[in-house]
Design a protein around this ligand. Sequence first.
Ligand SMILES: C[S@@+](CC[C@H](N)C(=O)[O-])C[C@H]1O[C@@H](n2cnc3c(N)ncnc32)[C@H](O)[C@@H]1O
Length: 162
Amino acid sequence: MHLGDCVEVTKRLPDESVDLSVFSPPFPGMYTYSNSVRDIGNAKGIDDLMAHFAFLAPELLRVTKPGRSAFVHLTQYVAHINSDGFAGLKDFRGRTIEMMQEAGWRYYGEITIDKNPQVKAIRTKDRRPAVQDARDRFEHDARRLARLGTSLPQGRREPEPD
Ligand SMILES: C[S@@+](CC[C@H](N)C(=O)[O-])C[C@H]1O[C@@H](n2cnc3c(N)ncnc32)[C@H](O)[C@@H]1O
């Protein structure tokens, strides 16, 4: 087990020695994780954060065995009126994919994790009304169900209840 700045620690690891990395980078503008200048979460904005994060990506690739993966868990950057001039989202996901590709990684795929919209809105101080989130979520689920329905054999009937 290693404890330290991930950039410095990863630099000390031998080439092609890691099978899988799973990590969650700091989400820009959302939390204060520590008071260290080494903390990527203490960046001034998303550009600053990406510049700091970019020190890790090539080292991570160097230590990863050929053909193996890094799983990066993240969320989109919530933009705030005071600091960003608008309330909405910035594409932290896209920036991360782009930055890792520039370091030599290949983008392979992704999984979306649904979260309770009201809890998320309260935690992230998202200004979008929770009811709008709930409606988006309902429509999303309805579309998924509709796709499932169209993939069932045509004319199939539901079984009669016992
Ligand atoms: C989104 S949190 C994820 C935390 C962790 N995955 C967990 O579940 O406890 C990001 C974490 O990365 C840490 N971090 C930021 N910069 C770092 C660095 N250079 N080296 C190591 N950890 C760092 C932050 O302090 C924060 O704890």
